[in-house]
Write a new protein. Structure first.
Length: 117
């Protein structure tokens, strides 16, 4: 059983996570991939021609994969938003665990019956 001091520490950890979430900027799910294409140059078949790099953002919408091409200027802000989403997911998992511990420590459950043997 957790004592009051330990429960208060759990609550403080929870509040720090809440404050961390308030500092996150935009959030987005998905992945950004850098693509390049190498083809044979029609003018000089011995030399490969490289096209790119270009960037694709892939994410799920209504259980379907969606791919959007991004400009070079969009890559950094989109990647920051994706990174923020990952931080959000980690913080939420920690908050769920702390919530369970706090509630178990601060509420009374059902008393177990004694078994007769």
């Amino acid at each position: 059983m957790i004592n009051k001091k330990q429960a208060d520490e759990l609550k403080r950890r929870y509040e720090r996570l809440v404050a961390r979430l308030a500092q996150l900027g935009p959030i987005m799910q998905g992945t950004i991939t850098e693509r390049t294409i190498t083809k044979k140059d029609p003018r000089n078949p011995d030399t490969p021609k490289t096209i790119g790099p270009y960037y694709q953002w892939t994410f799920k919408r209504n259980a379907k994969t969606v791919t959007v091409n991004l400009s070079a200027a969009q890559v950094k802000p989109f990647q920051r938003a994706i990174d923020n989403n990952r931080k959000l997911e980690i913080a939420l998992a920690q908050m769920r665990e702390l919530s369970c511990q706090i509630l178990e420590a601060t509420t009374h459950g059902v008393q177990r019956r004694k078994t007769n043997k």
